[in-house]
Design a protein around this ligand. Sequence first.
Ligand SMILES: [Zn+2]
Length: 246
Amino acid sequence: MGIGGVSILMYHQVGDFAPMKSHRSTYCHYKSFSRQMHLLKALRFRVVDMDAILDHAKGKRRLPKRTVCLTFDDGYENFYQYAFPVLKRLGLCSTVFLLAGYIGKDSTWFREDGRDTPPLMTQERVNILMESGLVTFGSHGVYHKRLGDLPEDAAHFEVFHSKKTLEAMFKREFKHFCYPYGSYNRAVMKMVREAGYHSAVSCARGAVWLGSHPYQLPRKAISYGDSLIGFLWKLLFKNRRKHPEL
Ligand SMILES: [Zn+2]
């Protein structure tokens, strides 16, 4: 542990889901989500973007202990439908990691394990969210691949081509990267830096401290089963890093 731990929360889908048996950490019922966001507001947590978190890790800026960054992986249409209205009403900023090869398509990479393939946001949707000024977007690669397991040229394509494509499509810089499945290695990290990203988030649980590595920032997954107390507990206490930095 170190100085000034702040939390990056990780969400995937937010919506109206019946209880599920597996992959619970990638679903959040919209009613739970709303309660969680209202709790952040009531407890006066500061909600910041990835730039602020990165400045904190680098010692350029000191964030108070009750600071949180909200991240959403994959860019589902249900973010627009269920999460954004709550965030907008409460004036909370968030970061969504998009897949360059799946804009406006279904999440068909789930087919291999027999899961549903919910739709991802279209270019138009993303533009609306960008105009709100509340949502920033990062890259999650092109085709949702385990970068740590790919041959170097394929990983290079995911990291570089996603940045180029997303920036051309949306006419703005994509500064932050998110490893699909939290899978990366030293070579992938080097690519992410060389591609010009300022940071990358993983799925390792823990808080971000002064001195945390900018290309392996930990996050706390909020799970379908988390009660409001459980949510608060994760926020305040699950700060020790579960897997060490590479
Ligand atoms: Zn993902």
